[in-house]
Design a protein around this ligand. Structure first.
Ligand code: AVJ
Length: 321
């Protein structure tokens, strides 16, 4: 049973104005930067689903493998009669592994910035889990939002944050977000989080520079989006895709690289790009388990258990408030 989609004040009154604001600000910085949340318009979400099918892009596949292998253990750690709140629910593929194993979850709250995908996913889940109460929330989870409650007694809340999306935040922002989540939780509530682990640089860089160029299309979709939604005049052929591992910062960085000297106008602003000047469009931090334990314990989370795949490529960690 699904309640109608809740639109949260955390979503800017006009997403377009916020998009324009963030782009004008981001392109005015000396090291130009556009937040990766703007990848996920409908086209971007579809391209991302294609990325998850790529041989080189292992995170999604490996996380699903870990969830399938240890799903029963994980579900029993979470316990029965919980409210499951999922950040950045996307297509909820992994959620089904949990929902198949959780005992009497009393409410599932998918939270996502993409309303279309949220509605599609909630409807599909409602069909497949007719006994489950679903309350989808369209919100930017980096901002305060209201979490729906359920009509009957629940044993607690488990926040589910898969997909290494935590890796897209600069470390200070990631710590702040984990603190905000803790702040919204009661003592004893849980956090089940998936994060990508540090590994051989070649494996990492191949995952973000796939041979078929799908990640490049994902990255360049941002230029198309700025042209269509903000009236910009990016010549998309004059920007290339580049992703590399910044060892010192412990993260993959994705950039759009200007192929020649050029100017781009957006609204009544004009931005000059030198040849090989870049726009950073995404960070994807890679952590060790000890680093992540240390980071989460700083803001009120205590690690209870961690599950990884045989090659220690990806970790799923359960923590309690
Ligand atoms: C799912 C958002 C975590 O950073 O690995 C995939 C997004 N970017 N390929 C990631 C992404 C390039 C992905 N996240």
């Amino acid at each position: 049973m699904t309640t109608s989609l809740i639109e949260n004040p955390s979503l800017h009154a006009s997403p377009a104005a916020e998009f324009l604001d963030d782009v004008l600000k981001g392109l005015s910085f000396s090291s130009r930067f556009i937040p990766s949340k703007y990848f996920y318009d409908d086209t971007g979400s579809t391209i991302f689903d294609a990325i998850c099918e790529l041989d080189e892009y292992y995170p999604t596949r490996v996380e699903i493998e870990v969830m399938n292998r240890y799903g029963d253990e994980i579900a029993s750690r979470i316990g029965s009669d919980v409210r499951l709140v999922e950040y950045g629910s996307g297509s909820s593929t992994k959620t089904r592994i949990l929902l198949d194993r959780l005992v009497n979850p009393c409410l599932y709250v998918p939270v996502d910035i993409s309303k279309q995908q949220l509605t599609r996913t909630a409807d599909a889940l409602a069909r497949d889990y007719p006994m489950l109460s679903i309350a989808p929330v369209a919100a930017d989870f980096t901002r305060p939002f209201v979490v729906p409650t359920c009509e009957y007694e629940l044993s607690g809340t488990c926040v589910y944050f898969p997909g290494s999306t935590i890796g897209n935040f600069a470390q200070a922002e990631a710590i702040q977000l984990l603190a905000d989540i803790a702040h919204r939780c009661e003592r004893g509530d849980g956090l089940l989080i998936g994060f990508d682990l540090r590994k051989d640089i070649d494996v990492l860089e191949s995952a973000y520079n796939d041979r078929a160029g799908v990640t490049a299309a994902f990255n360049k979709n941002l230029l198309h989006r700025m042209n269509s939604e903000l009236g910009a005049n990016f010549d998309t052929r004059q920007f290339g895709h580049h992703a590399f591992f910044n060892d010192a910062a412990g993260r993959i960085e994705m950039h759009l690289v200007s192929q020649r000297e050029q100017s781009v106008s957006i609204a009544d602003h004009s931005f000059r790009f030198d040849r090989s000047e870049t726009i950073c469009t995404e960070y994807s931090h890679k952590y060790s388990i000890s680093e992540f334990k240390q980071m989460t314990s700083q803001v009120g989370w205590q690690c209870q258990e961690t599950w990884t795949d045989e090659r220690d490529y990806f970790a799923v960690m359960y923590l309690e408030r």
